[in-house]
Write a protein of this length. Structure first.
Lengths: 147, 147
DNA sequence: AATATAAAAGAGTTTTATGTCTTAATTTGA
DNA sequence: TCAAATTAAGACATAAAACTCTTTTATATT
């Protein structure tokens, strides 16, 4: 479904959204800890997200990542597209180079419905919306018992 | 979603289902051609499916793969589980080691619905059911214009 | 029995994804 | 202005997935 990179990206972004209220900056070490992710690896991922303007970053002492109100309006889908590209939108589930309603693979039609719903989900959920729920402890970005 | 191996597996199995009517055997070269797949690679995949009794095979002249009526009743899900394992059923979409309704990741709940529908789809579609539709030209196992 | 055919098996290669480590650039604050 | 902190960037390492090639085994046919 998502690549590992993309999983890390989504978790990191939600984590930053929660922690960077009031303009606070959150460092890569804390993101790694808070999401159970390999620090240097997600550093590269954050660079991509930063270059693509999905998140803000500042170097130096008291630096780190943060989100402004515009950033918070980005959806999960925006992160996915930034990291994994748009294969989720365009690729045939059975790998046909050309698969369409006119020339479909065997499960094109049924998969289309599922894909539509999945895309709707990741497009409708903005990063900001997760913030309050995370605060309330309604969900997690890492397992309770980390291995 | 599916690994490349799994994509090949599904396409190959549907191809065999169509071509092996009346007990005919279909060789690996024909399967590769008919599904636009790398021959030696799918040979290994077919070995797995054969060992797991999802398809029959005979060696020697006039040998090849075929399906009996029982084989035709297997679902796409059976192929998926044989090749990709049950990660699709069990893994958290964000990679949490433990993700459940009690301790969910941010998108656990919404993804659960989608996952349920996807699983329903691959479990309800048996290989045999595709056969007639493929004959009728209703869908394809490779692109019209192969690259 | 010998030969040809085709899958099974195994070893190896290439490519891509994942993960680590080091250095450079920037910024803050003393 | 200097030192410390922190992201950016790049090079490197490891692992997994995808793909290829060769040899072995089984079987049908002559």
């Amino acid at each position: 479904m998502f690549s590992k990179s993309c999983e890390y990206a989504i978790k990191s972004m939600i984590f930053i959204a929660q922690k960077s209220k009031d303009g606070a900056r959150i460092g890569i070490k804390d993101i790694a800890k808070g999401t159970d992710s390999p620090q240097h690896f997600i550093a590269k991922i954050m660079q991509v997200l930063s270059r693509k303007k999905l998140v803000h970053s500042v170097k130096g002492p008291n630096g780190g990542f943060y989100m402004d109100n515009l950033d918070l309006q980005n959806s999960i889908a925006d992160i996915v597209k930034a990291i994994d590209g748009d294969g989720l939108y365009t690729d045939c589930v059975l790998g046909l180079h050309a698969c369409s309603a006119e020339n479909p693979c065997p499960i094109h039609s049924e998969y289309s419905v599922i894909k539509k719903n999945f895309i709707k989900m990741i497009e409708n959920n903005t990063i900001g919306e997760f913030r309050d729920n995370l605060d309330a402890g309604n969900f997690h970005l890492k397992s309770i018992l980390s291995v």
